[in-house]
Design a protein around this ligand. Structure first.
Ligand code: LMR
Length: 395
């Protein structure tokens, strides 16, 4: 029997937490686990511009026929404009739509595996666990570079540079475009410039995972580093997610973009990305991608989307400040001051797995075992109990 021999994988830490939270009957429970945006009411809303675009699409769409293996060219152009802007010529960029940002990461890494199976992919320590999981699943070599200075809650600049100095030509350096998951620590402009110099001079291929554009400092500000990198290197891989930026989580909106050396290379990479789609799921999902295209092309929808995204960003920043203030009051120290300085949904508390168990068991506070909290899970009402729980357990 073949299926008898199947072994279950280690459950994903983030997804296991979602289930445990749902099963917890305590009314005071607080969910700072999975990385989704939440309102003050604890909801993950459909954005207003998405609703409006969906209404229009329902009226206008006449066919659900297949689109193209690489997805709708208008969507890919729109995503290229949103992310890369004018940083590189469009004729150098190959692209394919994917099911979500994870699909983009998978296709990008599959492209690396089929082209450069011996290349090492350098990932930040820590990184989103699914990066590591995908790399292990496809059998691509990978190594970690230092990223977070646990003492200061800031970038371990020298550690990162020293580790990446060991990368060999042809290796891949995986960077987070903004709102680093799980640390909330982003590269400063000088770090992007240094990464660009290193990659260009030493023949390293940068790969940028951009899943939180608009959640940090602004739609444009969040890609300034990416654009400076893209303008300075001969080649680059970019993985884009529409889950958070457009709130289209379950519609699985994503794209993989490849900045290539010249148009002939672009054509080969584009054909390969389309082929990878064919082999994995044939055609990528189109519904959410079409909504994104409509929102980015229609001035009124775009204004509405940017305004709502700005409000979401402000709420996240407000919760960061509120939690840092509440923890300052609880602990009488500035030990958690970094929470206000970091960006996006995530920060690391610097807690041990045992402390995370106690937060969950004794205080009904759910966060990932590595100490990651999703700040957007907080509301004005839960900041104080969350701070009390964190202060009680982490001392
Ligand atoms: C997260 O990091 O929580 C999100 O990106 C959701 C996921 O799929 O892990």
């Amino acid at each position: 029997m073949v299926l008898e021999r199947v072994t279950a994988p280690e459950p994903d830490a983030i997804l296991r937490l979602m289930r445990a939270f749902a099963d917890d009957p305590r009314p005071e429970k607080i969910d700072l686990g999975v990385g989704v945006y939440r309102t003050e009411a604890g909801e993950t809303p459909v954005m207003r511009a998405v609703k409006a675009a969906e209404r229009r699409l329902w009226e206008e769409e006449q066919s659900k026929g297949y689109v193209a293996l690489a997805g709708d060219p208008a969507f890919l152009d729109a995503v290229r404009g949103l992310t890369l802007g004018d940083a590189v010529e469009g004729r150098r960029v190959a692209a394919a739509a994917t099911p979500g940002g994870t699909g983009a990461v998978r296709q990008a890494l599959d492209l690396v595996r089929m082209t450069a199976p011996g290349a090492t992919v350098w990932v930040s320590a820590p990184t989103w666990p699914n990066h590591v999981s995908i790399l292990a699943a496809i059998g691509q070599p990978f190594r970690a570079y230092r990223y977070l200075d646990a003492e200061t809650g800031a970038l371990d600049r020298e550690g990162m540079h020293a580790d990446l100095a060991q990368a060999r030509p042809g290796d891949v350096v995986l960077l987070h475009g903004c709102c680093h998951n799980p640390t909330g620590v982003d590269l400063a402009p000088g770090d992007w410039a240094r990464a660009a110099r290193d990659c260009a001079a030493r023949g390293l291929l940068p790969m940028v995972d951009l899943a939180y554009q608009g959640f940090g400092d602004g739609v444009e500000a969040d890609v300034a580093g990416l654009r400076s990198l893209a303008a300075a290197v001969p080649e680059l891989l970019l993985c884009v997610s529409g889950s958070k930026t457009f709130g289209l989580y379950r519609d699985r909106v994503g794209a993989v973009l490849a900045v290539t050396g010249d148009p002939p290379a672009r054509d080969r990479v584009a054909a390969r990305l389309a082929g990878l789609n064919r082999q994995a799921y044939a055609f990528p999902p189109d519904h959410g991608a079409r909504l994104v295209t409509m929102i980015l092309a229609d001035p009124a929808l775009r204004v509405e989307w940017e305004a709502e995204l700005a409000a979401m960003r402000a709420r996240i920043a407000g919760m960061r400040r509120a939690l840092a203030d509440a923890l300052r009051a609880e602990t009488g120290s500035d030990r958690f001051g970094f929470l206000a300085d970091q960006r996006g949904l995530f920060s690391l508390l610097g807690a041990t797995p045992d402390q995370m168990d106690r937060l969950r068991g004794d205080h009904a506070l759910y966060a990932v075992q590595d100490g990651r909290i999703n700040v957007a899970g907080l509301t004005p009402a839960t900041v104080a109990p969350a701070a009390r729980a964190i202060a009680a357990v982490l001392g």
